[in-house]
Design a protein around this ligand. Structure first.
Ligand code: ATP
Ligand code: MG
Length: 579
């Protein structure tokens, strides 16, 4: 069996989710048209990557891996006015972080500017391209409409010599911006608007972040993209649906040049609920300070998700789950949250933290006693072991875990009632202390020394206290010892928009749907001392609260955590309540 057949056989027996792109690849391998699969991810460095790009990265690099092929990273850097090195660097970081590797195949469309120029000359010589000296208005006006043909430019029939001369002078910077363009000579009455003599080059007197002042003409996407694919020997050029209509042009250029001809395949963009996903809009959110930056943890950017505590595994898993669609759709962001919960559940160290503290004094606990209680680091992973958590006479619990006048099914703490403190004892609320305004400021409780928890086994994480004392209580709550508590700032995030599809309203701008309560800062959260030395990027489960990640702004004396996601999806419930 040759290589391609072997890959095909492997893939056909693989259990990985199939999709229509793989079917096309399988066909091309079977017919022998393709020997080794070669894809590319071609970002334009005009913004940070978002979760939609992550989908495309996972797809392109994933296919290459699955078929034992190659995937290039190529910057589609043909529009110097909007592009920058900052964006290039962020993209490189993000693709690496997602776990993909392009070896030495990091390319830039700008690397091919000379070759693309030569290709344009070839086209002119074949009589398939011409310099048009109409104004951009005139060109636009003569394009026609989808139902009416366009009009041919008066410059369309210039001689090859004249075209060659003008094109060279365009390149040499002899003309001002907007005075001439190079157009393909195809068909002004084509039903496909993109085939009506599309522009291939325009004059832009803007320095480029890589080629400097060398060029003052820049290729259009349609001219740069297919030819770059061809130069790199790409076999399958995977792009999003809006390029379907460009495909005849993609094919036409390659056919005219008679060079290696990759196959363009389109799939549906990934859209997510409660966010926007175009770089232009994300840039607006950044520039107009609706968010703190591209890596604001509310942003759908890869850097935002990373800062929020998402793992590359979760994003890759999400990408696999959503699959590859042929029609536009919108994916529930809850699926993305599910993926990160699922991943962190397996790996995140459990700790106890109290976000909104209420102090409890255990009146019958010895004044200066401290007990080091055994606590489970991760019930899903025995190898993560246990740790000691200090317990003493004064502890904090969550304000929400106490109710003075509880409804029937409230199983946490209330006057005269009992609750279990995780890994510790059963306590009973004896007295509620209030300030002059009537706010509850402290509880006096008693503890039952005979109910101390013992870990039976790590994996079941069951506590034997109740069995020992012969008493059962329904609720177990988390706590932090007052004298051992570490202060922290905790940042809570909610969806950035209040409606599922902020771009769907034709009357209103998407920014009108920004959620004014998407960010909450908690200044005085109390953490168990284990977290004292937590470092930026580290992720934890705060028991009963959710997954949290140390923020990059965190310092030794001022810890800052971001909430990645709650333990359960509370959004659906809140929404129901509001209806
Ligand atoms: P945006 O419209 O968000 O600004 P773009 O398409 O202009 O994105 P590029 O840098 O050109 O961004 O995209 C690089 C690659 O990522 C392209 O192949 C593009 O098709 C793909 N891509 C972009 N957005 C999505 C998305 N939402 N879902 C899947 N793939 C995407
Ligand atoms: Mg683009």
């Amino acid at each position: 069996m040759d290589d391609s057949k072997e890959e095909l056989a492997k893939n056909e027996s693989s259990t990985a989710q199939s999709n229509f792109i793989k079917e096309i690849i399988n066909e091309d391998l079977k017919s022998g048209k393709v020997k080794k699969v070669h894809t590319r991810f071609p970002p334009e460095p005009n913004g940070y990557l978002h979760i939609g790009h992550a989908k495309s990265i996972c797809l392109n690099f994933g296919l290459a891996k699955e078929y034992n092929g190659l995937c290039n990273l190529r910057f589609d850097d043909t529009n110097p006015a909007k592009e920058s090195v900052e964006y290039v660097d962020s993209i490189i970081e993000d693709v690496k972080w997602l776990g993909f590797d392009w070896d030495d195949r990091l390319f830039y469309a700008s690397d091919y500017f000379d070759q693309l120029y030569e290709y344009a000359i070839k086209l002119i010589k074949k009589g398939k391209a011409y310099v048009d000296s109409s104004t951009s208005e005139q060109i636009k006006d003569s394009r026609g409409t989808p139902t009416e043909p366009g009009k041919e430019s008066p410059f369309r029939n210039r001689s090859v010599e004249e075209n060659l001369d003008l094109f060279e002078r365009m390149k040499n910077g002899e003309f001002e911006e907007g005075t001439h363009v190079l157009r393909a000579k195809i068909d002004m009455s084509s039903p496909n608007m993109w085939m009506r003599d599309p522009i291939l080059y325009r004059i832009r007197k803007v320095p480029h972040h890589r080629t400097g002042d060398k060029w003052c003409i820049y290729p259009m996407y349609d001219w740069a993209h297919g030819q770059s694919d061809s130069i790199e020997g790409i076999t399958h050029s995977i792009c999003t649906l809006e390029f379907e209509i460009h495909r005849p042009l993609y094919d036409w250029c390659l056919d005219q040049l008679e060079i290696h001809h990759p196959r363009q395949i389109e799939f549906a963009r990934l859209n997510l609920t409660y966010t926007v996903m175009s770089k232009r809009k994300l840039l607006e959110l950044v520039e107009e300070k609706y968010v703190t930056g591209w890596d604001d943890p509310r942003m759908p950017t890869i850097s935002g998700l990373r800062r929020r505590g998402f793992t590359p595994e979760a994003i890759r898993d999400f990408s696999e789950r959503v699959g590859v669609a042929k029609r536009d759709n919108i994916i529930d962001v809850a699926l993305l949250e599910y993926s990160v919960r699922d991943d962190l559940n397996k790996r995140a160290q459990r700790v106890m933290a109290v976000l909104k503290p209420l102090k409890i004094v255990l009146t019958n606990y010895p004044d200066n006693q401290v007990e080091e209680l055994d606590s489970v680091n991760n019930p899903e992973d025995e190898s993560m072991g246990t740790r000691k958590v200090p317990f003493s006479k004064e502890i904090f619990i969550e304000q929400d875990d106490f109710m003075e006048n509880p409804p029937k099914k409230f199983f946490r703490l209330s006057p005269g009632n009992e609750v279990r403190l995780r890994y510790a004892y059963i306590i009973k609320c004896e007295e509620v202390i209030k300030d002059e305004q009537g706010n509850i400021i402290e509880l006096k409780c008693s503890y039952d020394p005979g109910t101390k928890s013992h870990l039976r086994s790590i994996t079941s994480a069951t506590e034997r206290g109740s069995a020992q004392s012969g008493r059962k209580v329904k609720g177990t709550i988390h706590w932090v010892s007052v004298k051992h508590a570490v202060n922290a700032e905790v940042r809570l995030y909610d969806r950035l928009f209040t409606i599922e599809d902020p771009e769907s309203d034709e009357q209103k701008n998407y920014k009108e749907f920004i959620n004014p309560n998407s960010f909450e800062i908690i200044n005085s959260a109390k953490l168990e001392p284990y977290l004292q030395n937590a470092k930026p990027g580290e992720r934890f489960q705060f028991e009963r609260l959710g997954y949290f990640c140390v923020d990059k702004e965190s310092e030794k004396d001022k810890l800052v955590f971001n909430r990645t996601v709650t333990l359960k999806d509370t959004w659906a419930k809140i929404e129901k309540r509001n209806q």
